[in-house]
Design a protein around this ligand. Structure first.
Ligand code: GDP
Length: 527
């Protein structure tokens, strides 16, 4: 198959949700449709159920699951779909944000009972930053959820996105009767536990047909007629361009656990979701159909076996064709590497592959050469932009408990931060190592892994910071002065970029006002 054909059949996306909305269940149904798995229950949730302070075994187990489910590739109607997994737990939100840089679109799952939740809001913010096309799946319609119109209004308001219903539900909870496909003008009646491949939609050319009354009863038939008239009037037909530009999100109603409404979602997804797109780099836009390879690392996974420190770097291919055993240019290190065992991830088993195309995500064996954001090319020097670090929310000083193991600690913390587990800042004028994380759980992971994989014991001392802001200025003198003056609150990140650590929102706002020559950034491009 030609490169163009390979590209046009690829769809690379992620399912995102607040924990418990049904991401794992929906993933599983997609894989069933794709024939990638045969039985329900085959996809294990990657979520950390409890905030188990000492439950390190759980963390280890989760790491095992999360490498296995990082990418799930399956075929559906001749499309090759790469589904990238994202951790639901908020302490690992940064991992999710980075994964979103490697996809071309997302499916956002919302629980019809709980509506918009905290993580939904944050994830949507990241999608908006990148104008990522979003399809919304309103799940758990078999439960007594919120009123469907209220729900749409809540989502539009809270997530600041315009919605466009593609299907429309008839009731919810125990009275849930099914969904009407507004585009295909067909009705799918709800039956619990529908088999994956069953196609039982009833085409209704005219909603006024009595046939509808026979199927759902007079009352519900009339309500559906009214609803549909209203929706048609308000929304009209979906303009795919609006979806692709990230300004309108098509909405589906269903019940993932009952495999209901999922097929409608998947069929529309392959029709409208974007194929791999051109990407911005530091030098120019890289066109997806360019013959030369380019790609970037967005995730690094450490080996579970502490005796081997090999890691797997996940590379998103952006242009050209990746070939096994061919030399590629590692831009940051200015060195060429070749890979004899690149993995692809067909449904939970890792297979060594010969080649990969734009949209694909491959796993590269790494002995410590990669960090997040690294770019591979066929010689050209550029890096992909838009792979930011987000300002951490909890800051602690890393304290070495065993001076004999200083080297191991240094190496360990460098590698863990390369993996993106946390961010490392070094205070100016001192050597204080400051670890910034999104959640408490990450500190536990770091402490545990430093000891188990590097033999280095550490503890953490809480620091009174509230946010880290990356600083830039056209006036270098002013910036240097500021950093000198605010030494206690200044540090550099791993790449030597200056960072201001604010004690509180008030301090931060004051500094922003007092220093008009300095720009305070809440995210950093990694480079
Ligand atoms: P995740 O945390 O988003 O991955 O959520 P899961 O897929 O693990 O689902 C969370 C819980 O909701 C599980 O107990 C599922 O069985 C349940 N669930 C998922 N989809 C549905 C649904 O359509 N209806 C109902 N009633 N429960 C569902």
């Amino acid at each position: 198959m030609s490169n163009e054909k390979e590209i046009s059949r690829r769809r690379t996306f992620a399912i995102i949700s607040h924990p418990d909305a049904g991401k794992t269940t929906l993933t599983e149904k997609f894989l069933l449709f794709g024939g990638a798995i045969q039985t329900a229950g085959a996809v294990k949730s990657n979520k950390i159920k409890k905030h188990a302070t000492s439950d390190f075994m759980e963390i280890e187990r989760q790491r095992g699951i999360s490498v296995a489910t990082s990418v799930m590739t399956f075929e559906y109607r001749n499309f090759l779909i790469n589904l990238l997994d994202t951790p639901g737990h908020k302490d690992f939100a940064e991992d999710t944000y980075r994964t979103l840089t490697a996809v071309d679109s997302v499916v956002l799952v919302i629980d019809s009972v709980n509506g918009v939740e905290e993580q939904t809001r944050r994830l949507m913010e990241v999608c908006r930053m990148r104008n990522t096309p979003v399809i919304v799946f309103i799940n758990k319609m078999d439960r007594d959820g919120k009123n469907r119109f209220d729900l749409l209004e809540e989502i539009e308001k809270e997530l600041k996105i315009q919605l466009h219903p593609m299907t429309w539900p008839i009731n919810s909870g125990k009275d849930f009767k099914g969904v009407y496909n507004l585009d295909a003008k067909s009705l799918v009646l709800f039956t619990a536990n529908t088999k994956a491949t069953e196609d039982d939609s009833i085409v209704i050319e005219d909603l006024n047909d009595d046939f509808l009354n026979d199927k759902v009863g007079n009352n519900d038939a009339n309500i559906l007629r009214e609803d549909v008239e209203l929706i048609d009037g308000v929304y009209g037909k979906l303009n795919t361009e609006d979806y692709l530009s990230g300004s309108v999100a098509p909405v589906f109603f269903g019940s993932a656990i009952n495999n209901f409404g999922v097929k409608e979602l998947l069929d529309t997804f392959i029709k409208i979701a974007p194929e791999p797109l051109d990407r911005e780099t530091s030098k120019r836009v890289v066109k997806v159909e360019e013959p030369k390879l380019s790609g970037f690392v967005f995730k690094i996974h450490a080996n579970l076996d502490p005796r081997h420190r090999d890691r797997i770097a996940f590379l998103r291919v952006c242009s050209g064709k990746f070939e096994r055993n061919k030399y590629y240019h590692h831009v940051r290190l200015d060195k060429d590497f070749r890979f004899s065992n690149p993995y692809s991830f067909m449904a939970r088993s890792k297979d060594i592959i010969e080649d990969a195309y734009p949209g694909d995500v491959i796993g590269l064996f790494d002995t410590g050469n990669f960090k997040i954001g690294d770019t591979l090319t066929e010689g050209e020097d550029f890096y992909f932009t838009g792979i930011p670090s987000f300002s951490p929310e909890i800051f602690k000083e890393l304290v070495n408990k065993d001076p004999m193991k200083t080297k191991q600690l240094e190496k360990g913390i460098t590698q863990l931060t390369d993996e993106g587990v946390a961010q490392l800042f070094t205070q100016f004028g001192g050597n204080k190592k400051i670890i910034g994380c999104v959640g408490e759980l990450q500190f536990e992971v770091i402490q545990y892994r430093l000891l188990n994989e590097y033999g280095a014991a550490c503890e953490f001392r809480v620091l009174p910071f509230y946010k880290a802001c990356w600083l830039t200025s056209n006036n270098q003198k002013k910036l240097d002065e500021f950093l000198r003056f605010k030494q206690q609150n200044s540090a550099e990140d791993k790449d030597g970029n200056p960072v201001y650590l604010a004690q509180s929102e008030w301090f931060l706002n004051t500094e922003i006002t007092n220093n008009p020559d300095i720009v305070f950034h809440f995210t950093s491009e990694i480079h």
